[in-house]
Design a protein around this ligand. Structure first.
Ligand code: HEC
Length: 155
């Protein structure tokens, strides 16, 4: 093995053994899965909000691309990340989720429905309608977070 190849291997194995660098915590794969899902959701929805608020310049095509990503990502079955027994660990997911599964999944369904609508409205380029549908979609985040997401880590 060449020297540079060897140091690359060292570098990679160091990265994999440091939980602060590796995003997936192997001892808590389900918590990692759902947090990764919501991280993509948040990092897609966030810049869309900046655009709606005028903090960054309006670009209808870019907005529509983000909206399409949001709808696609929302449809990933994150439910498996909330399987029984995954209620502890490094998480902001409140225990109420596991006591109210039907309500939680209904709220997830509302989010997916509004995100799909947002992608449709975004494709029309009608800024006022887009802003309205953006707020509606944001309402579905809040509806779930108010009941089921803690601000800080729970355990
Ligand atoms: C059906 C419930 C539900 C909906 C809908 C929902 N969230 Fe969440 N979200 C959660 C829960 C529960 C967590 C905590 C997960 C954990 O820590 O294990 C979370 C975590 C997050 C996080 C932190 C992710 C991380 O890095 O750990 C962000 C950001 C986020 N949500 C943004 C959003 C946005 C933006 C929307 C709407 C566009 C949204 N969420 C819709 C339940 C929901």
């Amino acid at each position: 093995m060449s020297n540079s190849r060897f140091s690359l291997v060292l570098l990679l194995s160091a990265a994999l053994s440091l939980p602060a660098i590796a995003h997936i915590e192997r001892s808590e794969p389900l918590q990692s899965l759902r947090q990764s899902y919501f991280a993509i959701v948040g990092m897609t929805f966030g810049p869309m909000g900046d655009m709606v608020k005028g903090d960054i310049e309006w670009n209808g095509e870019q907005f529509a691309a983000w909206a399409s990503d949001l709808a696609a990502v929302s449809s990933v079955t994150v439910e498996r990340g909330f399987a029984p027994g995954s209620d502890k660990g490094k998480t902001r997911a409140k225990p109420e989720i596991w006591d109210n599964k039907a309500d939680f999944e209904e709220k997830l369904g509302n989010f997916r429905m509004q995100a799909a609508k947002l992608a449709e409205v975004a494709a029309t380029g009608d800024r006022q309608a887009i802003a309205g549908q953006f707020r509606k979609t944001g309402g579905t985040c809040k509806a779930c977070h108010d009941n089921y997401k803690s601000r800080g880590y729970l355990y």
